[in-house]
Design a protein around this ligand. Structure first.
Ligand SMILES: Cc1cc2nc3c(=O)[nH]c(=O)nc-3n(C[C@H](O)[C@H](O)[C@H](O)COP(=O)(O)OP(=O)(O)OC[C@H]3O[C@@H](n4cnc5c(N)ncnc54)[C@H](O)[C@@H]3O)c2cc1C
Length: 387
């Protein structure tokens, strides 16, 4: 992919990202790293590896190079902003690298803590994420609360020194690896369901937390059920203000939905298709034309992602733009899988077939996780009727 045209600064010093690093430097650094790891056989590129590829060593290598917390202020990170971070995340996704260990923490928990965490919480949590020492999972969804997240029934009851949590979270990606869970819990029963919700950051090794694997249709274990039985959460692990969790979680969704991972989950498969078609004679012309269409759509989606990153850099929470990117991006990801199916029918390439099968089995989750497609459409349409 071509370089994002973000503002260029002066050259990078000493291999660590920091002020003075250009977007082109960042892209080059990530390409060098992923190429080296791939050639050394330390990972195999595959679709959806931002959710499925857990490798603490890889995340810590990024951390050592100062590539985590890139957008955070210099007190905690590199101070380069979301546009610079977008260049890095695009490159990681392009390479199909195993980034799940740091993805959730760096993408949305860090910004949430920066935005409304106490100074104590910032000092504790942000360095852990930037060093890839904390692995976060997201405890939002429940058996009866997915699209309708305000229906959360997990409770947190105030007790001396903190809170006692009881309840059940579902589809919790990476909970079996996580050191911490972001928890959305009900702290008050109010007439308006969107009130009385509160956010916490909880240590996964706390007594009373149980993680049960859920195996997906590919036979892989990436998400889980997490139950809380009289789990004590110390008072300082409250994130934000009691009862204000709904407003905050909506803000967080801009980070969760508005990134390039909602477009590029199947990019490694697309890259294989390009490779497979490179030597094909003109009879594959229809496929070449469709490849051109996909490439043009990808360019459009990248501009949308850049727009979201710029808005976040300006201090806004672009909820609708993020939902739009996710909706259109998930369509693109699925269309890549269908395109690969057609390429497989023409080109006898066993590696391509295997990559296609892997992406196909991962694909049903694309339009559900992070907000179902119909729900995103409703959100966008409601906003339209308001303006
Ligand atoms: C791969 C994967 C990973 C996930 N990881 C996490 C995680 O780490 N943490 C976490 O908290 N959750 C996670 N989830 C859960 C995910 O956020 C929910 O599955 C999603 O929000 C949908 O909720 P639901 O499954 O309860 O489906 P439901 O809310 O029951 O929706 C089912 C379908 O009904 C339709 N629908 C529902 N409500 C409406 C509406 N208002 N308007 C129009 N149509 C509607 C939609 O078509 C939707 O697809 C993950 C899910 C997947 C698939």
């Amino acid at each position: 992919m071509a370089g994002t045209r973000a503002r260029e600064t002066t050259a990078a010093a000493n291999g660590r990202a920091g002020t003075g690093t250009t977007v082109a430097d960042l892209r080059r650094q990530v390409r060098d790293l992923t190429d080296r790891w791939r050639v050394q056989g330390r990972y195999t590129p595959r679709s959806d590896n931002w959710m499925r590829g857990f490798d603490l060593d890889f995340s810590r290598e990024l951390a050592r190079r100062g590539l985590l917390g890139l957008a955070w202020p210099t007190e905690y990170g590199a101070g380069l902003g979301q546009v610079a971070r977008l260049a890095v995340t695009e490159e990681l996704l392009r390479a199909g690298a195993p980034v799940a260990a740091h993805w959730i923490g760096e993408r949305q928990i860090g910004p949430a803590v920066l935005g409304h965490g106490s100074p104590e919480l910032r000092a504790e949590i942000l360095p852990l994420i930037a060093r890839a020492e904390a692995v976060f999972c997201l405890g939002m969804s429940e058996p009866e609360a997915g699209s309708d997240l305000a229906a959360v029934r997990t409770t947190a009851e105030a007790v001396p020194g903190g809170w006692t949590v009881n309840g059940r979270k579902m589809w919790t990606t990476g909970a079996h690896h996580a050191t911490h869970i972001y928890l959305l819990a009900r702290t008050a029963r109010t007439e308006r369901r969107h009130h009385g919700l509160t956010e916490f950051l909880v240590d996964m090794d706390t007594a009373g937390i149980e993680v049960t694997p859920i195996i997906d249709l590919a036979g892989e274990h990436h998400f889980n059920e997490v139950t809380f039985t009289d789990v004590h959460v110390p008072a300082h692990r409250l994130l934000g203000t009691v009862g204000e969790g709904w407003r905050r979680v909506v803000e967080q969704l801009s980070f969760e939905r508005g990134g390039p991972e909602r477009v590029l989950s199947t990019y490694p498969l697309l890259a294989r298709c390009v490779h497979a078609l490179a030597d094909e004679p003109p009879h594959a012309r229809d496929l070449q034309i469709d490849l051109g269409r996909l490439t043009a759509r990808l360019a459009t989606l990248r501009r949308l992602a850049l727009g979201v990153a710029r808005q976040v850099d300006e201090g806004r929470a672009p909820t609708v733009e993020a939902a739009t990117l996710k909706y259109l991006g998930n369509d693109f990801e699925n269309d890549v899988v269908d395109f690969a199916r057609r390429v497989c029918l023409r080109v006898p390439d066993p590696d391509l077939r295997a990559a296609f099968a892997q992406a196909l089995l991962a694909s049903p989750g694309f339009t559900i996780r992070g907000g179902a497609a119909d729900v995103l459409l409703s959100l966008i349409a409601r906003q339209e009727t308001r303006t």
